[in-house]
Design a protein around this ligand. Structure first.
Ligand code: ZN
Length: 337
């Protein structure tokens, strides 16, 4: 894979009109015009309902727990709106961030803002240097439920734009946005330090040691062409060895649900058509970065790098800014902003 990732801004193609597998437009797309708290609630409800159907790796117990005490009216009856139709300014309330913000450091947290006093850890998935350290990243580490590779190289677009560059770029943009909201932000790695990794167990530990109020691991997927859309990965409630996510499963689900709702609204990216049954949410128990977390944490796969439509978005700086804004707004919603 190449490191000469394009800085180009390819034209954004129209959504493919070719026959595709049937898409089940989820509630999160259908309520794209609904504002803030109501949107979060509707998505939350839709998620709680859809989880009852279960799927490989789904966490029914957590879904029931999270949904307890709340009515479970379906939110999926709303017909879908057109994708790609963010409906309001994507800048966080009170933010003056320009749309073409390049993610440069803003000089630390703002003195005031809804996230003042909050700590957010951003984990840019993989590391651009992992390719040069196969022995180190292939070393197995204990993730509680299993032993897995320390880290992986990540995927890339067909044109060679590496996932590890994408995740760092979005991390920088997200850091700027969160700091503008007053948060203290820490990245698990940055600017080639360390030169590979960290291992997945260390990525979790960084969030734990920071006593993060929220943590997010940024990724883009490497699935087959035609598989499109984003999904947020939630930790299953596991208790095995060093892994005990029971205390954070419900909060992580709230965090992930809010991020999914804001991400679809701001970016227009549809929820995955190949994972999560159209909800944009998936629950897993095989990811060390989640299993070993003691703070609310989710992963987001922002799109599929191997699909040409998604790749055009993922390689666009303007779209990556929207991605960062969607994630930021979800974190602000979760932290009570
Ligand atoms: Zn990844």
């Amino acid at each position: 894979m190449s490191y000469t990732g394009p800085d180009f801004e390819p034209p954004r193609p129209e959504l493919s009109g070719r026959p595709d597998r049937p898409r089940r437009w989820p509630a999160v797309a259908g309520v794209a015009l609904v504002s803030g708290a109501l949107l979060g609630w509707l998505v939350y409800e839709a998620t709680a309902s859809s989880d009852s159907s279960g799927g490989p790796g789904s966490d029914r117990a957590a879904a029931r727990s999270a949904a307890s005490g709340s009515p479970s009216g379906p939110a999926a009856a709303t017909p879908p709106s057109a994708p790609g139709s963010p409906s309001r300014s994507s800048a966080p309330a009170g933010s003056s961030a320009p749309a073409d913000d390049d993610g440069k450091r803003s000089g630390g947290p703002a003195l005031r803002g809804p996230l003042r006093g909050k700590v957010v850890v951003i984990d840019p998935g993989h590391n651009p240097g992992n390719f040069r350290h196969p022995a180190e990243i292939n070393r197995k580490v204990d993730i509680g439920t299993n032993r897995k590779e320390c880290d992986t190289t990540g995927t890339s677009t067909n044109a060679g734009y590496p996932e590890a560059q994408f995740t760092l770029d979005v991390a920088h943009r997200l850091r700027t946005l969160l700091e503008q909201q007053g948060a203290t932000v820490k990245l698990t790695h940055d600017d080639g330090t360390p030169s590979w990794g960290p291992c997945v167990d260390e990525r979790a530990r960084i969030g734990n040691d920071a006593h993060a109020d929220a943590a997010i691991s940024l990724h883009a997927d490497g699935s087959a062409a035609g598989n499109r859309g984003f999904h947020v990965i939630l930790p299953a409630a596991v208790h095995s060895g060093a892994a005990d996510t029971r205390p954070i499963a419900a909060a992580s689900k709230r965090l992930g649900t809010m991020i999914a709702g804001d991400f679809v609204r701001v970016t227009g990216e549809p929820p995955s058509n190949y994972i999560g049954g159209g909800t944009g949410l998936d629950t897993r128990q095989d990811l060390g970065g989640l299993n070993l977390s003691t703070v609310p944490k989710v992963f987001i796969e922002c799109g599929n790098m191997r699909d040409s439509v998604d790749a055009a978005r993922l390689t666009s700086g303007n779209w990556r800014q929207k991605a960062a804004e969607g994630i930021s707004e979800g974190i602000v919603s979760f932290l009570g902003g």
